[in-house]
Write a new protein. Structure first.
Lengths: 290, 153
């Protein structure tokens, strides 16, 4: 068209043209993503506000230091960096799918969409493992003058300050024999559960070295709720993104886009998928890095 | 070039295959490098915390650096992967200008949280005594660990 050459001198608002040079659906996807950015922003800012109102906040390197198959090894940031790279790579495969769509290359679109879906599912799998580990991985915590074994939930978490060993020693006396047996078992596997269950509290106390225990007080209650709420909301976005990509893959396979003559819908799905990656940049920043 | 579906859209950004591949590769490498630097800073913060005398100023500086690096990542994802950088200026402004609200949004709520903490520490001494981290608590902890051990035996 003749107007293309003088695109920047064009009178965009005099009618007959799209003033933003975009089709309606894509523009509305942008505005949806902008509003979604405010939703995520509000959640993260609320987290920041609560965090700034506390004298103590858990150190992410203490909370997120596990890796699947690595047992009790202390590996801060390792697993979440795997998750971050999975999302970056799946964003790249989505760019390639959109590009193949521009060229009308159906096989290319399907190949790259499939890889994007694999990346999304891998990320969700990682998140499921992480949540499971945080909820069920119990740590000894000093709660109300007792030692209790707790995981991270929305009501309690074991990520407080390191407790004073003298206080921990007193608290051990008030704790149940099951908790003592658990603590002994975590540090020393030479006794079976059955042997430990048969021991008296004094015997168990004698096997615990308080100085090596590193028991923490219970952490700020809000930590668990914000973590599960925000990473869960992000995970829900990843999940819906995977569903959208699967629908796009099926539509491409059935030749819907070939009949329409364009692959613009892939572009909109792509925008959503990149947004999911974009949000993760900030979730990663707020929960794992600072 | 005519848009395939909509007459009123007068051009769209087709890039050459080679140029496009180069751009995507460059951006991917850039994002990966920034992420690795962020992880490095995260681990440095961990090491500083573990050290005998953590410098709070240094930790704060590192945290500021990761914030800036994250914004850089966001810029590259939005402008290259989401092609916002290739749209026309008016369109970019309708997205970017409303986002400026975040400047107030973040500052106001962080300052509010901080003010709440300050007031609570002033008027609620129990809150302050039970939650304030002890300075150099690592060092005092080691000193106290000794008597606790002997008490047990």
């Amino acid at each position: 068209m003749a107007t293309t050459a003088t695109a920047h001198q064009t009178k965009w608002w005099s009618g007959g043209k799209s003033p933003f040079n975009l089709e309606y659906g894509k523009l509305m996807m942008w505005y949806f993503l902008m509003s979604d950015a405010f939703t995520f922003g509000a959640f993260l800012i609320s987290y920041g506000s609560i965090r700034f109102s506390q004298n103590f906040w858990p150190d992410p390197n203490v909370v997120f230091n596990a890796f699947p198959g690595a047992g009790h090894a202390n590996l801060p940031l390792a697993f979440v960096s795997v998750m971050t790279f999975i999302l970056i790579i799946s964003s790249v495969t989505m760019v390639l799918a959109v590009h193949a769509g521009h060229k009308g290359d159906r096989a290319g679109v399907m190949k790259w969409l499939a890889w994007t879906i694999v990346g999304g599912l891998a990320f969700l799998g990682c998140q499921a493992w992480e949540w499971h580990h945080l909820i069920t991985g119990e740590h000894a915590a000093l709660i109300d003058g007792q030692i209790q074994m707790v995981g991270q939930t929305t009501t309690v978490n074991p990520w407080g300050q390191l407790a004073d060993p003298g206080v921990v020693f007193e608290a051990l006396k008030n704790s149940s024999p099951q908790v003592l047996a658990q603590i002994v078992h975590d540090h020393d596997h030479s006794h079976t559960w059955k042997e430990l269950a048969g021991m008296s509290k004094d015997q168990l106390m004698g096997m615990i070295n308080v100085a090596e225990l590193h028991v923490r007080e219970k952490g700020p209650v809000a930590f668990g709720g914000y973590f599960y709420g925000i990473t869960g909301f992000h995970g829900f976005h990843v999940f819906s993104g995977v569903i959208i990509n699967i629908v796009m893959l099926l539509m491409a396979q059935n030749g819907v886009f070939d009949r329409k003559g364009h692959y613009l819908m892939i572009e909109k799905a792509g925008l959503y998928w990149h947004f999911v990656d974009l949000v993760w940049v900030f979730v990663f920043l707020c929960f794992y890095l600072i | 070039m005519q848009h395939p579906a909509f007459e009123e859209v007068s051009f769209h950004h087709h890039t050459e295959d080679a140029e496009f591949k180069k751009r995507v590769r460059k951006t991917t490498i850039l994002l990966s490098i920034i992420t690795v630097i962020e992880l490095g800073i995260g681990l440095s913060i961990y090491m500083i915390h573990k050290g005998p005398d953590p410098s709070h100023l240094l930790v704060l500086m590192f945290k500021g650096m990761v914030c800036i690096l994250s914004l850089a990542k966001a810029y590259y994802i939005v402008s290259v992967f989401m092609h916002l950088g290739d749209e026309i200026r008016n369109m970019i402004m309708t997205i970017v200008v409303p986002l400026l609200l975040f400047i107030w949004f973040i500052a106001a709520f962080i300052i509010d949280g901080n003010s709440y903490k300050t007031l609570r520490n002033r008027y609620d001494k129990h809150f302050q005594e039970t939650t304030m981290p002890k300075e150099h608590h690592k060092a005092t902890e080691e000193k106290k660990a000794e008597p606790a051990k002997s008490e047990k035996q």
